[in-house]
Design a protein around this ligand. Structure first.
Ligand code: NDP
Ligand code: 8X3
Length: 252
């Protein structure tokens, strides 16, 4: 049977690049996202290479997630991979100036959405057993603090700890779990974070070489194609052009 993979947030960036990479290798795909036109266009394009099932889904909508996943065709009763990729950051203002609504959206998407797909798909991954794997897309923001990261970074710290805890519970099932922790990467992520401000988007990538979605897709593909007895617990990656900065000190 073909290996199969469920990818959340496949309409752009990392998710789309992963869909392309796994299609190239002949994996069957279940791809999801809210933007129907993009999703269907991608499915149409990739279906020349492999079987693709597009599901227009908002990961925050628990009932829709339950209904779509429960209704998956019988051939997906076993699943080889899950890439929990859908996610976003909203804004870079200090916590004291943020809208609670933005915080709620990040929690609902990056945490609750990821929990829904994980819990609902676990039985299928466990049915596959050895060789199956989950890649949760965390971030360096889950490991390191920086101004304006507040809830975004905290949501990714949740994803990191959840990934490690999952490993404990899945011991003996053969199912692997990896927390992938990228740094500065070029995708619509920054456009979303900056509320569509193209000038700010351009500025953040100017004169530097950020990680590209294709780099992430190669990394995810590598993770999920390790020998069945190996688990990459966590993998943090940055562009060479990014590093940490000093501690901040306030002076009167
Ligand atoms: P993009 O903005 O390009 O992609 C985000 C994807 O998530 C889109 O396909 C979007 O689809 C989907 N998505 C967002 N909200 C929802 C939702 N409520 N329901 C379903 N799908 C949703 O950004 P990236 O590819 O860069 O981001 C992917 C992941 O990588 C995110 O989790 C992000 O936090 C993480 N990350 C990004 C980094 C970066 O610098 N770019 C670095 C580290 C981590 P649609 O809008 O169609 O629903
Ligand atoms: C995105 C990476 O550094 O912008 O998760 O927080 S960063």
């Amino acid at each position: 049977m073909q290996p199969s993979i469920f990818i959340t947030g496949a309409t752009s960036g990392f998710g789309e690049a992963c869909a392309r990479r796994f299609a190239e290798a002949g994996w069957s795909l279940i791809i999801t996202g809210r933007r129907e036109e993009r999703l269907l266009a991608l499915a149409d394009q990739l279906s020349a290479q492999t079987e693709v099932l597009p599901l227009v889904l908002d990961v925050r909508d628990r009932a829709a997630m339950e209904s779509a996943i429960t209704g998956l065709p019988e051939r997906f009763s076993q699943l080889t991979g899950l890439i929990n990729n859908a996610g976003l950051a909203l804004g870079t203002d200090s916590a004291q100036h943020c809208e609670l609504e933005q915080w709620e959206t990040m929690v609902d998407t990056n945490i609750k959405g990821l929990l829904y797909s994980t819990r609902l798909l676990l039985p299928r991954l466990i049915a596959q057993g050895a060789g199956a794997g989950i890649v949760n897309v965390g971030s360096i923001a889950g490991n390191w603090p920086y101004p304006g990261s507040h809830v975004y970074g905290a949501s990714k710290a949740f994803v990191r700890q959840f990934s490690l805890n999952l490993r404990c519970d899945l011991l003996g099932t053969g199912v692997r779990v990896t927390n992938l922790e990228p740094g500065l990467s070029e995708s619509e992520f920054s456009l979303v974070r900056f509320g569509g401000d193209q000038a700010r988007y351009d500025a953040i990538y100017q004169d530097t070489q950020a990680i590209q979605p294709k780099d992430i897709a190669e990394t995810v593909f590598w993770i999920l194609n390790q020998p069945k007895h190996l688990n990459i617990n966590a993998l943090e990656l940055m562009p060479v052009s990014q590093a940490w900065s000093n501690f901040a000190v306030h002076r009167q």
